[in-house]
Write a protein that binds this ligand. Structure first.
Ligand code: HEC
Ligand code: CU
Length: 350
């Protein structure tokens, strides 16, 4: 009886499909512009450049290994496949070979040691970077499911959208982040700017970045932190010095107090909103949710869950679960009129 060996074609097939996946992924990663998707292959800051160089080195070594193993495997599968002319052709049986066994033990160990030492060197080089005295300091606090950014040197508190200055050769201005968590573990990851760093309760971590080009860099919480982990996005704006100064100046102001929106402000200050949110210059001093003093200076609502438009804001206040089920803000069951007044008020907070 002729039997097809069940395993024979699969190494080739799975090798091929892996290679195709890698190609497709790489093409995709390069096809989109730098701003469109978080992309490790388009570094724009010193730590990210280092990680990129390291990853090329690792990819080269592992790629060479993959190609040699896969081609040897392909060769052997084809060359020594069962042939019709010799239905029974047992190959010579080899029991043990000191040279071969030494080679396939020692060579992989050497490769691993090289990969390990190179990686360790890069990690320490990034971590040991001394902080210049004029660096910008920002405290990042991870919350389920949003980011709080505090600028202790400026008295500024904001959420989800981090503004930092670009850092050029002529004018180096790195930003040093101190990372903590208000609840569970999170991880701050903006691939074009730096590697992942975890935010752990009661254990501050540090990282730094120095974007060399102005623009928007996207990131994402990279440590599963609960039901809305996937909607915990990060936007980092690298501003020119003038833009950054203007942004800071605006953030330092108390909230706009537009008399035309007084009704909405009254609702905000008398409903539970004020228990959870701060609006500087009002009675609202809560710290459970994002600071809303300059809510309209942000492009998105709820850590990138939706664009910041009046319609989305309305839907959010009516019921946060409309587009972020699991968010830790309750639906307040307000009347349509109350929600309209609140939207009218919040949209004045530039
Ligand atoms: C129990 C605390 C709590 C109450 C009460 C509360 N919020 Fe929130 N709010 C939050 C939290 C937490 C978030 C962040 C949710 C997220 O992104 O996952 C949030 C987010 C928001 C945002 C989006 C902020 C941003 O920059 O993305 C707005 C706007 C907002 N709340 C308005 C209100 C209004 C208006 C009220 C009163 C009707 C209110 N909130 C009541 C906790 C609360
Ligand atoms: Cu998270």
């Amino acid at each position: 009886m002729k039997m097809q060996h069940p395993l024979s074609p699969s190494p080739i097939r799975s090798g091929l499909s892996l290679a195709l996946c890698v190609c497709a992924f790489t093409l995709r990663a390069f096809a989109d512009g730098p701003d469109s998707i978080p992309n490790t292959f388009a570094p724009a800051s010193t730590p990210a450049h280092e990680i990129y160089n390291l990853s090329l080195f690792v990819l080269t070594i592992t790629g060479a290994l993959f190609v040699s193993v896969a081609s040897l495997l392909t060769y052997v599968c084809i060359r020594y496949r069962r042939k019709k002319s010799h239905p029974i052709n047992e190959p010579p049986q080899v029991y043990g070979s000191l040279q071969v066994e030494l080679a396939w033990t020692v060579v992989p160990i050497l490769i691993i040691v090289v990969l390990f030492l190179t990686t360790a060197r890069f990690i320490f080089a990034i971590q040991d970077q001394p902080e210049p005295s004029d660096a910008l300091n920002v405290t990042v606090i991870g919350h389920q499911f949003w980011w709080e950014f505090r600028y202790p040197g400026y008295g500024v508190v904001t959420a989800n959208e981090l503004h930092i200055p670009v850092s050029t050769h002529q004018r180096p201005e790195p930003t040093f982040l101190r990372l903590i968590s208000a609840d569970v573990d999170h991880s701050f990851w903006v691939p074009q700017l730096a590697g992942k760093t975890d935010l752990i309760p009661n254990h501050p971590n540090e990282m730094w970045m120095d974007p060399d080009e102005p623009g928007l860099y996207l990131g994402q919480c990279a440590q599963y932190c609960g039901i809305e982990h996937a909607m915990m996005l990060i936007r980092v704006y690298a501003d020119t010095p003038a833009e950054f100064a203007a942004w800071i100046k605006n953030q330092q102001q108390p909230a706009v107090n537009d008399p035309a929106a007084a009704a909405g402000r009254r609702i905000f200050e008398t409903q539970a909103c004020m228990v959870c949110h701060t609006i500087k210059g009002t009675r609202a001093l809560g710290t459970v949710g994002p600071d809303l003093t300059h809510f309209m200076s942000r492009a998105t609502i709820a850590a990138g869950a939706a664009p910041n438009t009046p319609a989305n804001l309305r839907s959010w206040i009516q019921n946060p679960a409309n587009f972020k089920p699991g968010a830790l803000m309750p639906a307040m069951h307000l009347s349509n009129e109350q929600i309209d007044e609140l939207v009218a008020y919040l949209t004045t907070l530039r």
